[in-house]
Design a protein around this ligand. Sequence first.
Ligand code: G16
Length: 544
Amino acid sequence: MTIQTIKTTPYGDQKPGTSGLRKRVTVYQQPNYVENYIQAIFDSLDGFAGQTLVIGGDGRFYNDVAIQKAIRIAAANGFGKVLVGQGGILSTPAASHVIRHYKAFGGLVLSASHNPGGPEGDFGIKYNIGNGGPAPEKITDAVYDRTKVIDSYKNIEAADIDLGAIGTQTVGDMVVEVIDPVADYAALMQTLFDFGAIKAMFAGGFTMTFDAMSAVTGPYAHAILEGILGAPKGTVINGTPSPTFNNGHPDPNLVYCKDMFDLLMTPEGPDFGAASDGDGDRNLIIGKNRFVTPSDSLALLAANAHLAPGYKRGIAGIARSMPTSAAADRVAEKLGIEMHETPTGWKFFGNLLDAGRVTICGEESAGTGSDHVREKDGLWAVLLWLNIIAARKQSVDEIVREHWSTYGRNYYTRHDYEEVDAEIAGKLVDDLRAQLTALPGKTFGDDLQVAYADDFTYHDPVDGSTSAKQGIRIGFADGSRIVVRLSGTGTVGATLRLYLERYEAADGRHDLETQSALEPLIELADELVGIKQRTGRTEPSVIT
Ligand code: G16
């Protein structure tokens, strides 16, 4: 079969964000938009001739079209084999595992995560390297540079692959193997957790609702929770992946999972509620009468991980993204293990995990994971919680309260202002940056004394690379913090994120409502950052 070189012209907007290139589907549907980006990725890599590429996505609208294109371009560029999930489906953590398990060269993960899907929704392409994790900045920067000058891509004329048929097909000289998207991942989970204890807990009447949000985790949750672990049918809701997520917003937070939250707050509700997002890497954890913030969940999972067989020897260290609360830092201190603060973006954890310096990582944006893959992993977090509940024989609420009375509580919230005019948002951050040097030493209100104010710069201790301008931090003497940054995953305008945190010691009050507990900081942030005044918004679009 002949390899064609097809002329193209560059697009100026193919700069990867926090997690790959996320755009409206209509943007991706422009002529050669997908082709340019995939060719630019391959042009930025060396040594893949004859090697294996993994391709999988979250099943959203345009997944099937993009996969067929990717397969042809991979064949034309000389890959030896493509592994693709049946139906084009692979959750992001499962894709990471498949890359590692089969020692693939890398993978293309097609997803816009928690963003809505459908013809008017979002699509995304991300490249993951051979360790199974998102490509580091030196690769994403090279890809972006290449997209700016690309003038051709390679293609091969071939029929579409039948993505429904498990087994082997060929495109030119390249083999395409369609694999069961769940089996390898489910086998990995069984090596990490005490499935016997969780199974016994379900058999003993423990009840749970898992909302797969009509996204990719459905098949995984059906197979693992209801299949292997024996939870009653109906435990998994919205378990069939839909290209439009059933016109929903597959973001597992208290806005889009409000019904489940409300149910868990009633006596009739189940013992445990959980959800995962569009591509299966985020998680939401709610116990009866107890929502667990992602930052607390990271700290709790790290403190209790030894109860699961896969972590029984203890954990080497913990990493969290900068805006994530410092709750996990207190666990690391007590355990006497390394603690790392990285910029937002799972890609920054890869080096630490590869070097064996950390075992568990997490982010305030509903992501937790471990060294079992190189992505955050929604179902993994749910299973570790189940394992901990089974081992401790306590409710989520009891476990959380005990944690706070040992380590103290980090009250924490994030206020998002979505689809803000990008120019106004950029100027707001620049102006705040200009104020930073004058802030340390100043006292606001009765007792909020600024201890430091900076724009976070990360120095990777493994490869020595530096990432600057990763978000503005204003830290106070009592451990409180205000953090402001622009999201790198929005697709329209800018999303301003304001993160607020206050520490209450182990013997302090842990029963306050979060927004009230943070009220003085929220007011101060209004004064210092001026989001409402400058954007004209009266309130955040989302509060988590
Ligand atoms: C991605 C990244 C995460 C990040 C999140 C939010 O998650 O993998 O590391 O925390 O975006 O990023 P931002 O604050 O820049 O919008 P996902 O689940 O969208 O792939």
